[in-house]
Design a protein around this ligand. Sequence first.
Ligand code: F0G
Length: 458
Amino acid sequence: MPFRTIIEPFKIHSVQTVEFPSAERRRDAMVDAGYNVFGLHSEDVIIDLLTDSGTGAMSTQQWAGMMLGDESYAGSTSFRRFEEAVNDITGFSEVIPTHQGRAAERILFQVLVSEGDVVPNNTHFDTTRANVEFQGAEARDLVRAEGTDPEVVLPFKGDMDIDALRATIDEVGVDRVPLVMMTVTNNSGGGQPVSMANLRAVRAVCDEHGLPFYLDAARFAENAWFVKIREDGYADKTPKEIAQEMFAIVDGCTMSAKKDGLANIGGFLGLNDPEVARDCRNILILTEGFPTYGGLAGYDLEAIAVGLHEVLQEEYLRYRIRSTEYLAEKVMSAGVPIVRPAGGHAVYIDARAMLPHIPPHEYPAQALAIELYLDGGVRGVEIGTVMFGRARPNESDEPAAMDLVRLAVPRRTYTQSHIDYVGEVVVDVAERAEHLRGYRITEQAPWLRHFTARFEPL
Ligand code: F0G
């Protein structure tokens, strides 16, 4: 076959206007936002790579499915279609809808996790960490050592360090480990995938100690694609077969359907243990809603049911992973340091390497995220010391493992020329990196401070 460009596997059916705020307008907007990209209004953003969560475009099939939404409070047919779709892919007998991923996390941890417990994960996502900590427990990240080294190129940098998992269980005692989690793909660790071999190895350790094993499955389909193209023995399996195999290894999952559910809102908890499921449903009713809608409209359940099917299509996944890799190649060829290899849903710029003159406690990745916006209206997000560093009284913050700017690519939303533009902005900013300055926090919340903190330039 001659070389052919991997094209977007869709035609555009309805469009949204991109706004072009002037440089002056962007400067004012950033000052008003307290130098926090979460404070920007979307009409002041040209290309929005803040997140791939709930920002994707739905298909005509999904919109058509929404018209079938059954809004019955109890026992809606939409719930049954949703349950069937989740069951088909995950095999879990208990399917509990939630309004998004963090609601599934909160409910599961409220049931399983107690004060003083330790929850191992490859790398907790920020809401997952916060929900573990909210129960008075410790969220411990045990990703393999190479997983926090941006430069090492390996196929499965999201894998867990199995020795570290054993050591943690020995150290804290099995009674204080309520469950083991794995995030696929490992969002906070650069969107890196987890191998089936590693999932099996974690399973074996869990079995030795009788521990439940759950996936944070937000990007399960992207992980399945990486397994297909990178792990021995999977090239001939379909993404769906791989996903089914992945879920068969674990006891349950939390899921944000805003990512690989291809929906704008939604999530679920899937599991096999009927007693844990009963306790979860009881809490669900308290804050989310009746177990056949869980805080979602019937039409949301329909959109997710269709999305879970579409996300596993090979043409889609080939394009999806390629479009992220394409952006990575563009910025790397200009010498911009990034987490390698490219993640599934995002490119992570290594701001600590790019801005060595800004120490972690002056937030180099925050400085870079601000500059990308000021320069080209591109909104990314800091994943570094603002998000994960610890504030220490009378001392500068304890640095996070890495200081990254994540450029997350919404699903089926931007075309190749949008991505080319983003690459150009990144390269322009990198060329004058030595002129960027650090920031200081002027206001912060006790947890998840990155959403609302305000900054000022140093
Ligand atoms: N787990 C992972 C791995 C995630 O990336 C997210 C959300 C969640 C759980 C929580 O799901 O948002 O539906 O409550 N990640 C988004 C992001 C917000 O930008 O990466 P949610």
